[in-house]
Ligand binder design. Structure first.
Ligand SMILES: Nc1ncnc2c1ncn2[C@@H]1O[C@H](COP(=O)(O)OP(=O)(O)OP(=O)(O)O)[C@@H](O)[C@H]1O
Length: 469
């Protein structure tokens, strides 16, 4: 409090009246106690916020209130003991939360005279903060979902492959497609687990929808209601009943992406669904039968997670009945050209602008290791397409990391490849030229197969089918 020159009241009675009005007008709780902790003055807000009855303030000192556990904590007691200002956050029994600050008033000999207590209610602030945090989490989940949609927007659902490895995987998927057992898809991020799950659903002949959920993208507290749905009044804000994704996937397939991120308590619930084919909505009294195919996918090492008790063993066994591991792109390099031309075709169709890939750029793309797999390849093709000049993608348009692995140029005619060729013709043309070149550069078939990253029988078959002498 600051005084101006106009203040010269020496009437104690008048001063007390003034003080009382000041105290009463404050929204913060205010209380003044003497050196023994007995409250002398307090305002209405103090009673409201702390919930301490007036009778207690009239009879008990702060020391007694604390000792008798009438209050959870007291900044006044701390201030009296230390003669220093103290602030504590207190959760009062009436459910309110407040910052409680006590300021000691000392005389000229540093002896305690009074302590002034200020209680600021932060209950609403706290709730607002929590709501803000929840909104933030929901926002992040939506952002991720939008990002996913944006990434998938150009995807026309085709599963492109040329390698024997993928051929085997697709025929395995064909066999698994027609039964109802759960399938676990494993493989690094971006190898195409999502695409394969979609493919399996299409091949399964199931009439229902393909429903996808990314278990890692939805905040834990929303995931259960998202999967199982809820009944009206199941929780605050549940003003109407809502179907969960399991119900939506009835007669269809539910794809649980990043299943390793499923919170531990939900893992038991998923296991129950897998075992008896029934779900119960949150707040629901009865169970409903759902006939759905579950496909789960992860790029985490579930076995290690089981050892670390982060993933339930029983659920792992149940999901792992039919599992398919999709190899990374660097282990099936024969797929790279087919994928490049496929993504280019999609872009050409969309933007009505044909594109050629110069030979050195193509070579760099083929040599690169693709740690981000097909997702990375797709992004690089898209980026280079937009950066291209005069209908050509050349080395300069590729990211530096890819340019680095570039070797000597491949036959020049590749860069001027006829854009009217079909994808298969273009790929065949490229493969013929490329294998021919590597054959010339190597001494044995084994060495050539190693350079190409294929096994020797693939190389022999390719040579024959492409008519390479
Ligand atoms: N064989 C394929 N043919 C055509 N496009 C593919 C193929 N495999 C993957 N893609 C494309 O690559 C991108 C990544 O694939 P997808 O989302 O299926 O990978 P993922 O293994 O599920 O990745 P994550 O583990 O990160 O979810 C997608 O845009 C997809 O369309």
């Amino acid at each position: 409090m600051f005084r101006t020159k106009f203040f010269h009241s020496s009437d104690t009675e008048e001063l007390v009246k003034l003080m009382t009005t000041v105290l009463q007008s404050s929204h913060d709780g205010l209380a003044i106690c003497d050196r023994n902790g007995y409250v002398l003055l307090y305002n209405e807000a103090y009673l409201q916020i702390t919930g301490i009855p007036a009778e207690v303030l009239n009879q008990y000192s702060y020391f007694e209130q604390k000792d008798l556990h009438m209050v959870p904590d007291s900044s006044a007691v701390r201030a009296m003991k230390t003669k220093q200002m103290h602030s504590v956050v207190i959760d009062y029994a009436n459910g309110r939360k407040a910052i409680n600050t006590a300021t000691p008033l000392l005389d000229e000999n540093q002896e305690l005279l009074y302590v002034v207590g200020n209680v600021r209610d932060i209950t609403e602030l706290n709730q607002l903060q929590q709501e803000l945090e929840e909104t933030r989490q929901i926002n992040t989940a939506f952002q991720q979902a939008l990002e996913q949609i944006r990434n998938d927007i150009d995807y026309d659902g085709q599963l492109i492959y040329r390698s024997n490895l993928m051929l085997r995987i697709v025929s395995l998927a064909d066999r698994f497609a027609t039964n109802d057992s759960p399938i676990l898809l494993l493989g690094e991020s971006g190898v195409g687990k999502d695409v394969l799950a979609n493919y399996i659903h299409t091949k399964s002949g199931r009439s229902g929808e393909f429903i996808k959920i990314n278990c890692g993208a939805i905040p834990d507290h929303l995931l259960e209601s998202e999967l199982f749905g809820y009944e009206k009044g199941a929780f605050t804000g549940a003003s109407h009943a809502k179907e969960g994704l399991f119900e939506l996937a009835h007669s269809g397939t539910i794809f649980l992406d990043e299943v390793g991120d499923l919170p531990y308590p939900l893992q038991v619930k998923l296991l129950n669904v897998l075992q008896d084919g029934k779900i119960r909505r949150l707040g629901g009294k009865t169970s409903r039968e759902v006939n759905m195919r579950i496909i789960a996918a992860t790029n985490s090492d579930l076995e290690t997670m089981v050892e670390q008790k982060r993933f339930r063993q029983d659920l792992f066994y149940r999901l792992n009945v039919l599992s398919i591991t999709i190899p990374p792109l660097r282990e099936r390099r024969e797929d790279i050209p087919a994928l490049i031309f496929y993504f280019l075709k999609l872009l050409e169709k969309k933007y009505q602008q044909d594109m050629r890939v110069e030979s050195d750029a193509l070579e760099a793309l083929l040599e690169y290791d693709w740690p981000g797999n097909i997702r990375e390849l797709k992004n690089v093709v898209e980026r280079s397409y937009h950066l291209s000049e005069q209908g050509k993608i050349s080395l300069e348009q590729l990211p530096a990391s890819i340019r680095k692995v570039q070797h000597a140029a491949i036959p020049a005619e590749l860069s001027t490849m006829d854009p009217s060729l079909s994808l298969k013709e273009a790929v065949d043309h490229f493969e013929r030229e490329y294998i021919h070149r590597i054959l010339q550069e190597t001494k044995t078939m084994q060495e050539c197969a190693d350079r190409l990253g294929v096994n020797i029988s693939t190389l022999v078959r390719k040579k024959r089918s492409l008519g390479i002498k």
